[in-house]
Design a binder for this molecule. Structure first.
Ligand SMILES: Cc1cc2nc3c(=O)[nH]c(=O)nc-3n(C[C@H](O)[C@H](O)[C@H](O)COP(=O)(O)OP(=O)(O)OC[C@H]3O[C@@H](n4cnc5c(N)ncnc54)[C@H](O)[C@@H]3O)c2cc1C
Length: 415
């Protein structure tokens, strides 16, 4: 039998680290296992000459407690970050279309609360013309037309996204969080991919098997488990086989391929972050790296795809040629100036919410509550959550609060 821990957290992305931080700071023992690197999809990669935030997202939350959590981690290193722009062929517009006065009037006259689909919501909020453009972007994002997309989980993607960023990139925040966890006695084990989770019905103890990457496995036991691994993968790893496995297998995700390169500036100033609505351009987002100006800096183009599809399996050379050509067409780089090109693939960045998703999630939730006590879900792909910016952190903190509530309550069956 392997090492026993009070709470085992699967995944060292924002959700797992937020949960582990709350537990370690409350004096509980916690171990995090991570298949890859600290920070998950919010990590920062360093290349020759530039660094790349894999997510390209700002820190933005309406919740003062979450903003205070960020500030406590990086008291002197958070800087304001501009909101996203739209890039449409030759034109670039600052801010979200929702800022327009006409759109606000429309929103007042036609309340958006009752919109069933994203298409309805966009039309009511922004008017037909802008909604069509945003619909093209939504299709790049989720591979669903707005009329096939339920309004609710999708809408936050189209709200304002100004916020702050750590000076050295989003990864800085999570590196700092990991340091605090370790200083408080928590353990973070990298290179451990959870492949099996079993709950002993008699004792309530969890056994988690993790592959180490060197062909060996490690077994850990825990009183409670917080999982931030993608929900579909978690359900496949549980034993006994969950009765809702069929529902889990129906959950879908979008994956991301990013092509980043240094280049000379083009005729148009590269934006810090822009969504590309033009359907003729395959890239969904463009971002100037290292501060937002291309002089001496670099550019990244993000493509959304399905793991295993033509984009995902494309030769890096093909992806690079496409990205450089599209950046040139958008006027963001000088022709022939791209160099030091990097291709980064990131799995399961967007849970997809089609019209059946709610039903699947309801059945999975019921199954887990009834048969897998002591397992807590957190994270974006871990809960198959919505697009709100602070979703992963909120769910991480709430999973930690649930763990604390159970640990303190006298509900454990003696082994
Ligand atoms: C393209 C893109 C779009 C984004 N859009 C949004 C958005 O709309 N809203 C938003 O809030 N944020 C968004 N993000 C930002 C941010 O990156 C995520 O919110 C955040 O990273 C999610 O945190 P998480 O901990 O839930 O998941 P992740 O960051 O994915 O972290 C999960 C971690 O678990 C690890 N893991 C997975 N499976 C296992 C396993 N079996 N065993 C051990 N470890 C495992 C992974 O390696 C990873 O490190 C986006 C990011 C990207 C790249």
């Amino acid at each position: 039998m392997g090492e026993h821990v009070e709470t085992l957290v699967i995944g060292a992305g924002p959700a797992g680290l937020s949960a582990a931080h709350a537990l370690a700071c409350a004096g509980r023992t916690v171990t995090v296992i991570e298949a890859d690197a600290i920070g998950g999809a919010a990590r920062t990669l360093s290349f020759d000459g530039f660094s790349l935030d894999v997510s390209g997202r700002r820190l933005s939350s309406a919740d003062p407690a979450i903003r205070a959590f960020w500030t406590a981690l990086l008291p002197n290193d958070l800087v304001e970050a501009p909101s996203a722009m739209r890039l449409e062929g030759e034109r670039a517009a600052r801010g979200r279309p929702g800022a327009a006065i006409g759109a606000l009037l429309t929103a007042r006259l036609r309340p958006i609360a009752n919109s069933k689909t994203l298409g309805e919501w966009l039309t009511r909020r922004f008017g037909r013309r802008v909604a069509r453009r945003l619909g093209d972007y939504a299709h790049k994002l989720w591979a669903l037309r707005p009329e096939e997309t339920p309004a609710q989980p999708a809408c936050p993607s189209f709200q304002s996204e100004s916020g702050s960023l750590p000076r050295l990139g989003t990864g800085q925040l999570w590196d700092s969080c990991a340091q605090v966890i370790r200083a408080a006695g928590g353990e973070i084990l990298l290179g451990r991919k959870a492949t099996g989770l079993r709950r002993d019905r008699a004792t309530g103890v969890w056994t988690v098997t993790a592959e180490t990457g060197q062909g060996t496995t490690q077994t850990l036991t825990a009183d409670q488990v917080i999982s931030t691994m993608p929900l579909r993968e978690l359900m496949g790893a549980l034993s006994p086989t969950p009765i809702s496995l069929f529902h889990a297998c129906e959950l879908m995700y979008r994956d991301q391929v990013t092509v980043a390169f240094a280049a000379k500036p083009g005729r148009r100033r590269a934006p810090a972050l822009a969504e590309i609505h033009d359907p003729q351009i395959k890239a969904a987002r463009a971002r100037a790296l290292d501060g937002g100006a291309l002089d001496g800096g670099a550019l990244a183009l993000d493509y959304y795809c399905f793991e295993g599809d033509a984009t995902w399996v494309s030769d890096d050379g093909v992806l690079i040629a496409q990205a450089v050509a599209e950046a040139g067409r958008l006027g963001l780089i000088a022709p022939g100036s791209a160099r030091d090109v990097q291709v980064v693939r990131q799995r399961k960045v967007h849970p997809i919410h089609d019209e059946c998703c709610d039903e699947h999630l309801k059945m999975i939730g019921l199954d887990l509550r009834l048969h897998f006590t002591g397992l807590h879900l957190a994270g974006r792909a871990g809960t198959h959550g919505d697009s709100a910016d602070d979703q992963s952190i909120r769910t991480g903190l709430s999973a930690a609060a649930n763990v604390l509530a159970r640990v303190l309550a006298p509900v454990r069956v003696a082994a």
